[in-house]
Design a protein around this ligand. Sequence first.
Ligand SMILES: Cc1cc2nc3c(=O)[nH]c(=O)nc-3n(C[C@H](O)[C@H](O)[C@H](O)COP(=O)(O)OP(=O)(O)OC[C@H]3O[C@@H](n4cnc5c(N)ncnc54)[C@H](O)[C@@H]3O)c2cc1C
Length: 364
Amino acid sequence: MIGAGAVGAGTAWHLARQGHNVSLIDPSLEAPIQRNNSLDQALNGTTASLGVLMGHVFRRSSGRAWRLRQRSMELWPQWVERLNHPDTPLQLDSPLIQLASDPVESERMQSLANQRRELGLESFSSANSESHQIPWPNPGHGGLCSHNDGRIDPLALQRALRRSLKTEEVALLPARVTALHRQNPDEGNRWGLELDTGHNTHYDVVVICTALASALLLQPLGHEFPMEAVLGQVLDLQVSATTKAWDHWPAVLVCNGVNLIRHGHNRLWLGATLEHGEEPSTEEPSIMRRLDGLAPNWLQEAEVVDQWHGLRARPSGRPAPLLEVLEPGLILASGHYRNGVLLAPATADWVGQQMMNTTKIPAS
Ligand SMILES: Cc1cc2nc3c(=O)[nH]c(=O)nc-3n(C[C@H](O)[C@H](O)[C@H](O)COP(=O)(O)OP(=O)(O)OC[C@H]3O[C@@H](n4cnc5c(N)ncnc54)[C@H](O)[C@@H]3O)c2cc1C
């Protein structure tokens, strides 16, 4: 496995549990999991992410994207149960509340709630928002409450995965892969990997989970998977005067496409921006913070105590994510764009199925 974000680490853990001998390679395996020096440098996608799991509120009701979301939402409770440990606690927080920004959106939410009641969706109007304890001064057009969507803390997830990878005896190699080579399978393993540590190593199957860097690794082999970077900024705000609404804050409140996540006594994460390229804009965070005119005063007045940004990998000309068996023993699981944390379990499950088709698990 190359790349130890949520997708690569989650997949490595899943494959090890299936009985495969797994090595995980990533230079970040040496570093502690935290958001340090985040102002100057883009964080990897998983560390930058807010960990919002929007599975059931997805607009479409068919196709691959919907099936992957449903599979992930089915697997998340099992993942959390297995990964949760006193040393690396992990939990799913719910619910997720989406506010409608206009009557059209409100109608769409109502019809979605009617279709997906058994998945835990419920719509509310501005009139009954008070009885639902919706934490917003003026939920003018009502909205949608998804009782089974919500959030997982992406740092806690990575810590829990790292601990569990050790328990499953996955070999953790802190190194960057600089090149991939095809080898003659008759002479042993199919793939040769060059590492920046100067070592070369060989594997029968290679799974590439390196987000934006995947295109660079694949191009010399003749596989073109261009991706564009879409930068996201997050603000950590300190709210001075907490309102009544504060007592009933859901795991995630979504207003105008922006997630508001309460953490600690009087803090709120607000994110994320969608910016093309790799340089953070200075204006976008304040634009995001206005929530298109819907932000209450207390939010506008909150103090910014921290801020970070990261890059999302968006496949060019193809839908996200890229899940492909490119040639025998070469699997791509990357380009998850805005939903890599959400889709980590479904991705691991998909890779596991491809491995079952191509390899034999050694008898234990
Ligand atoms: C601000 C922000 C907020 C987001 N919020 C959410 C959210 O709420 N919910 C959600 O589901 N998604 C969210 N996302 C998207 C999500 O973070 C990504 O889709 C996801 O993290 C992708 O995971 P990954 O494992 O593919 O990539 P990453 O987490 O980026 O990990 C890739 C890893 O590959 C390693 N790597 C790169 N090149 C090499 C190499 N040559 N050799 C070895 N290792 C290499 C890197 O060191 C890195 O650790 C957000 C993204 C951003 C930026």
